[in-house]
Design a protein around this ligand. Structure first.
Ligand code: C2E
Ligand code: CA
Ligand code: CA
Ligand code: CA
Length: 274
């Protein structure tokens, strides 16, 4: 049993080494990807179903890898966060998104995801202020999406930053609401404009309990005067249930998958080319 133990240990050790090597490879490729312009923003509409118009486009990052094809953010954002590369990537994302949004009609906003690591490692307020100014985008056209993870650590510092962002005129959206360690106290403590119900509740909507949670969140948002979005809506049936509950801002494959900027026409009215 002693030799077996050693064998297992060696196997474990080896697989950890392989994993570490793979991560280093991705990190290295990711650094190169930034320089080689392989990162790209896709956009997915959030539709106001009362008039079927695009209310917001959410920017969703993609990595167009020369040999591996389109890589989804879940495959590289965690590594970007661990290595700190997310700071540089995040700057690029918000700059690109704000410039892209200037091409759309004025009543369409852009939503940008921010990682907790960005808030910890860089001055997000200064970044956003200078980016809006450089792009010439009105602050109220930018929505900053954060998840609950950011509220756990450094709640006080985060609150100060959020207040500054609000003063700047930017909107704040609490993403994936209900998926993590949701605490209702967040909604009072932090100055959110909007919450986005996690898509897990939608895919589980046939379950009366999930539906009850959606209904409760809807009422809560109404009382607290928060806007509400539901993401992950894939069927007409889901849509009907949500609109029956007074939810009008819908995001999901039912309306559109995330698409490259150039394919958002005819929504974009002015020529891109920047
Ligand atoms: P998220 O912010 O919750 O974004 C929504 C995700 O749900 C997107 O996945 C979107 O493609 C997907 N989705 C939208 N509608 C539907 C639907 O009807 N059905 C299903 N099954 N999925 C739907 P995506 O683009 O792969 O992004 C994954 C996550 O990566 C995002 O989740 C976000 O947390 C992160 N992410 C994406 N772009 C950025 C970025 O620029 N910065 C940071 N920090 N994170 C990002
Ligand atoms: Ca989001
Ligand atoms: Ca989300
Ligand atoms: Ca998510």
């Amino acid at each position: 049993s002693k030799s077996l133990g050693r064998c297992c240990f060696r196997h474990f050790d080896l697989s950890m080494q392989v994993e570490a090597m793979q991560r280093r490879q991705i990190e290295c490729d990711l650094r190169a990807a930034i320089v080689k312009n392989e990162l790209e923003l896709f956009y997915q509409p959030i539709v106001d179903v009362r008039d079927n118009r695009v209310h917001t486009f959410e920017a969703l990052l993609r990595w167009r890898h020369p040999t591996r094809g389109l890589i989804s953010p879940d495959a590289f954002i965690p590594i970007a966060e661990e290595t700190g590369l997310i700071v540089e990537i995040g700057e690029w994302v918000v700059e690109r998104a704000c410039r892209d949004a200037t091409v759309w009609p004025d009543d369409i906003r852009v939503a940008v995801n921010f990682s907790p690591v960005q808030f910890r490692r860089c001055d997000v307020v200064a970044l956003i202020a200078r980016t809006l100014a450089a792009a010439g985008l009105a602050p109220d056209r930018l929505e900053v999406e954060v998840t609950e993870a950011i509220l756990i650590r450094d709640a006080e510092a985060t609150c100060v930053v959020f207040d500054d962002l609000r003063r700047l005129g930017v909107r704040l959206c609490l993403d994936d609401f209900g998926s993590g360690y949701s605490s209702l106290s967040y909604l009072n403590k932090f100055p959110f404009d909007k919450i986005k119900i996690d898509r897990a509740f939608v895919s589980d909507m046939h379950n009366p309990k999930s539906l009850a949670v959606i209904t409760a969140i809807t009422q809560l948002a109404e009382r607290l005067n928060l806007s509400l979005v539901v993401e992950g809506v894939e069927s007409e049936e889901q849509l009907a249930i949500l609109t029956n509950r007074g939810i009008h801002h819908i995001q999901g494959y039912l309306f559109s998958r995330p698409r490259p900027f150039a394919e958002l026409l005819p929504v974009a009215v002015r020529a891109p080319g920047k």
